[in-house]
Design a protein around this ligand. Structure first.
Ligand SMILES: NC(=O)c1ccc[n+]([C@@H]2O[C@H](COP(=O)([O-])OP(=O)(O)OC[C@H]3O[C@@H](n4cnc5c(N)ncnc54)[C@H](OP(=O)(O)O)[C@@H]3O)[C@@H](O)[C@H]2O)c1
Length: 429
């Protein structure tokens, strides 16, 4: 019998307790202690005999407990629990992407020093065994790139907008009603959740810590239905994609989290609603696609239980100095050096000469435009500038250019006071 201590009995903690209670595979696991903020509240589903506590030492310092499962959310309190547990020689299982993305190197170093396991399968893409795929099945291959839809909330919103032609705010309200979006959706829609996961996956795939704070990130909060409609007319769909690839010329890492126009034939284009998927390209295998349920108590608990069983049965390899998080931090490619086509949507004053001005700024940088469109009846019609001209929507696409070049054009146009345009990379294959 393996005795475990659980930190957190919220959405995921309750899901894990329920799965351990009914899974025959988990018969060898016994939950002894449950760390919560409020130990006086009655807890539905917690088995009789499990002790509730607010003192972390009752988990981390109990000699009977050999594995601590951290499911608290946030960073500071989990960091205290996980650090103390590892220092006390306990293995840890965690679903906490924030903790891992920020403190992964220190925590894996601690686990290696104390010769204990740190299981993190549930921290990225919920139930999809993406960490095992990268760390075990593909460890004999050399991964060259990753592309992933790793946030279910944004994928749900974009699917609703694209398929049902609902506005961003309508789709968000519906997602909140159904529990696919938090009351404060910022963490998801701004790309902050996705970039933590991108940092973790890139660290594991490329064998060196990738600090998520260095990955350029933009979210979907400024997208409008018009962008999805226009993408569709062009033969694309819009997805929030986390990308990380080794550059062939200097073996640096080129990474980004941003909404992207994907061709409808792209493997990630068909990933709908709250599902997640990661497309891995490796030298021997070529393309491998892992997809499935990326969040929620049931899928996440499957990954947590798999880690627990592997550790309890001695099947999980102990981290050592060769663990990817302990490898030399990857050098990042300077932002804006890779070439791509771009989609841009501006709200511009409806007056003669505006288009010529925009085209002129592109020409100043030696960039020519692939298409220019001023859609009639754009939805929504941009609000008139106070005391000025009515505004219209102007949509442009570029030929291949470096983002750094495009940023110079945008810098030159910033002085016009039109506000920031929506800029989306157009992926060609
Ligand atoms: N939700 C998902 O679909 C999903 C998917 C994958 C990974 N995750 C990760 O799983 C973790 C847990 O998420 P969740 O949605 O289950 O969170 P949650 O519903 O907010 O539950 C948090 C639990 O932790 C306890 N807790 C929080 N701070 C504490 C502290 N300082 N001391 C003691 N106990 C504390 C809370 O105690 P009280 O009950 O007393 O308040 C509660 O039981 C997070 O790291 C999240 O990122 C979530």
């Amino acid at each position: 019998m393996t005795t475990i201590g659980l930190a957190g009995a919220g959405t995921i903690g309750r899901g894990l307790i329920e799965l351990i209670g009914r899974s025959p595979a988990a018969s060898q696991l016994k939950i002894k202690t449950l760390l919560v903020r409020d130990a006086t509240r009655s807890r539905f589903g917690v088995p009789a005999g499990v002790k509730l506590t607010t003192k972390l030492e009752e988990l981390t310092d109990d000699p009977e407990i050999s594995i601590v499962v951290e499911l608290m959310g946030g960073v500071d309190a989990p960091l205290r629990v996980v650090t103390r547990a590892l220092e006390q020689g306990k293995s840890v299982v965690s679903a906490n992407k924030n903790l891992l993305a920020q403190h992964g190197p220190a925590l894996f170093a601690l686990a290696a020093n104390h010769k204990v396991n740190l299981g993190v399968e549930a921290s990225v893409c919920g139930g999809i065994p993406i960490i095992r795929l990268i760390g075990e099945a593909l460890r004999a291959d050399r991964i060259t790139s990753l592309e992933g839809i790793v946030n279910g909330t944004t994928n749900y919103l974009l699917t609703r907008m694209s398929e049902e032609k609902t506005s961003y705010s309508q789709a968000l309200a519906e997602a909140q009603r159904l529990g696919f979006a938090e009351p404060d959706p910022d963490y998801d829609v701004s790309g902050k959740d996705a970039v933590c996961k991108a940092g973790i996956l890139a660290s594991l795939a490329f064998g060196g810590y990738v600090d998520f704070r260095r990955i350029p990130t933009s979210g979907i909060e400024n997208l409008q239905l018009e962008d999805l409609r226009q993408a569709e007319r062009m033969g694309y769909t819009v997805k929030l994609v986390a990308t990380a690839r080794r550059t062939s010329h200097n073996n640096k890492l080129d990474a980004q989290v941003a909404p992207v126009l994907l061709p409808l034939t792209h493997p990630l284009a068909s990933i709908r609603h709250e599902n997640n998927a990661v497309l891995i390209e490796s030298e021997g295998l070529g393309m491998t696609l892992a997809c499935g349920k990326g969040a929620g108590p049931a899928p996440t608990s499957v990954s947590l239980l798999a880690d627990l069983l592997d550790i309890a049965e001695g099947r999980q390899k102990l981290p050592d100095v060769n663990h990817p998080f302990l490898g030399t931090p990857f050098e990042m490619e300077a932002h804006g050096q890779s070439s791509s086509r771009y989609y841009l949507r501006f709200a511009v004053p409806d007056r003669p000469g505006t288009l010529a001005l925009v085209a002129g700024r592109f020409a100043d940088q030696g960039l020519s435009l692939a298409s220019v469109l001023q859609p009639e009846g754009a939805d929504p019609v941009p609000a008139p500038v106070a005391g000025g001209h009515p505004q219209v929507t102007l949509i442009l696409t570029t030929h291949l250019c470096r983002r750094a070049q495009l940023d110079k054009v945008l810098g030159a146009l910033a002085g016009e006071g039109w506000g920031n345009p929506v800029v989306l990379r157009i992926q060609e294959d």
